[in-house]
Design a protein around this ligand. Structure first.
Ligand code: SF4
Length: 464
């Protein structure tokens, strides 16, 4: 199944895009590694510490969630709890309808993607406009992001220029500066006209109730400046215990995500504007979203909830580099998505149970993860779960192993297979009579047959 997934999507991704994804991810990964080694004496110790802090929060959510609710309420925000994605969408809609609001500007939030908020609001006659440039392009193209922090890593500037021309944002011009300027001009008017600004939160301090939002484009700041109402959609796992922990996480997040020392804009949001302040939202709502997270917390894969959505595991993953993000059929691609998406699917686990197989288990994802999530272990646990709970899914991997068991346990069959194997060197692969095997060999060059070498080697070794 995973092989099908990889082959199917790798074949569909044009070579130039695959090369662009490979180069983009490789460059960011190398810069990140160099930066961490140059700037910190022991980056691994930092990753372990960050992982321990997040694990501590997860194991004490019953303490920290009430604490953060009390702080936010004291700061003047209204706190809402949404058990499901549908509840979260409905809460956003209620807040907007209560204000007679019809226009929203959105800074990037993965939770809103996860619950399909923009589509839901659109159905109810509300405009919800993405303001992150990449997300904006994804939105006008009715596409999906293919990377956590670089949502249009799969698009080139010619395609973007065509989209802008189609949407009436100017005649075709694929100069990146022109594209950016046109988006900026278009979005500035939208910020001014919006009734509500929606953000996520990269972190929430349980100690002070502060929300932290980081962006490189300043769109979160614009989304909070003009609208009179701010809604923050936050996964329940986003807490850190104290304000002083934020220094560690900001340092790790920026380096891991984009190989920057610090993301360009960091917003600390403590509540709605005070009467003494000249501007800012006068009303603030924080919606904490569960959407199967408590089920993940109760499972043996709870470590995945430490994730700070940096994308470093995508950048280093040999599978992601080949297939790009859409292959994972979810808003969370790469090794993170291969673990998180099946878990967040709840009762639809079987639909995504093939994703944990889309990994070579090389371990590179864990090595780069700033919160030290044991991703390969989690992938194995999910493969095991899929095998135990959905035997039919596991069956796809069974026939090859069954054939191998016969070969390896019957010397006569083994020797016969070796003799046949030598013929493979002379067989035109395109003429193989089995269609599935023909498709498999169409994109591979088999090495020359070397069967029989082991026995020869062992005999000679015993002689010497
Ligand atoms: S799993 Fe780790 S490396 Fe991957 S996105 Fe999450 S925090 Fe980053």
């Amino acid at each position: 199944m995973a092989r099908q997934l990889i082959d199917q999507f790798a074949a569909k991704v044009p070579a130039d895009k695959r090369a662009a994804v490979y180069l983009g991810t490789k460059t960011t990964h190398e810069k990140r590694t160099q930066m961490l080694l140059d700037q910190f004496a022991d980056p691994d110790r930092l990753r372990q510490l960050a992982g321990e802090i997040k694990q501590h929060v997860l194991e004490n959510l019953d303490t920290y969630l009430p604490q953060v609710e009390a702080k936010l309420t004291a700061n003047g925000a209204r706190v809402h709890w949404a058990a499901t994605g549908e509840e979260a969408c409905a809460t956003v809609l209620q807040i907007m309808q209560a204000r007679g609001a019809t226009k929203m500007v959105k800074a990037k939030t993965m939770v809103s993607e996860e619950i399909g908020l923009a589509g839901y609001l659109e159905k109810h006659g509300i405009e919800a406009l993405e303001t992150d440039l990449g997300e904006f392009i994804v939105q006008i193209d009715h596409d999906h992001p293919s990377h956590l922090v670089r949502p249009i890593i799969h698009k080139n500037r010619r395609e973007i220029a065509q989209s802008f021309e189609r949407e009436g944002l100017g005649v075709y011009n694929d100069d990146p500066a022109t594209i950016t300027r046109r988006a900026r001009q278009y979005l500035r008017h939208k910020y001014m006209a919006a009734d509500v600004g929606l953000t996520g939160a990269n972190f929430v301090s349980a100690e002070s109730g502060r929300l932290l939002v980081v962006t490189n484009e300043g769109n979160s700041r614009f989304s909070l400046a003009a609208p009179r109402c701010h809604i923050a959609l936050v996964g329940i796992e986003k807490l850190v215990p104290r304000d002083r922990d934020l220094g560690l996480f900001l340092n790790l997040l920026a380096r891991s995500a984009t190989a920057q020392s610090l993301t360009v804009y960091t917003e600390f949001i403590s509540g709605p504007k005070l009467p003494t302040q000249p501007d800012g939202p006068e009303e603030m709502h924080v919606i904490f979203v569960d959407n199967h997270r408590t089920e993940v917390l109760a499972s043996d894969c709870r470590e995945i909830l430490r994730c700070i959505r940096c994308g470093a595991c995508l950048n280093v993953c040999p599978v992601y580099r080949q297939v790009s993000g859409h292959a994972y059929r979810s808003v969370y691609p790469g090794p993170l998505g291969a673990v998180l998406s099946p878990l967040l699917a709840g009762g639809h686990f079987a639909d995504q149970a093939d994703l944990p197989k889309a990994s070579s288990l090389c371990g590179a994802c864990q090595e780069v993860c700033p919160v030290n999530i044991p991703i390969p272990d989690l992938l194995l646990r999910l493969r095991d779960k899929a095998k135990r709970e959905h035997a039919t899914l596991a069956a796809a991997g069974t026939p090859p192993m069954g054939a191998w068991a016969i070969l390896a346990s019957q010397p006569v069959v083994w020797k016969a297979a070796l003799a046949v194997g030598q013929i493979m060197d002379y067989l035109p692969l395109g003429l193989i009579p089995v269609p599935a095997l023909r498709a498999w060999t169409a994109r591979r060059t088999l090495p020359g047959w070397r069967g029989g070498e082991f026995r020869k080697w062992l005999k000679n070794r015993n002689k010497s």
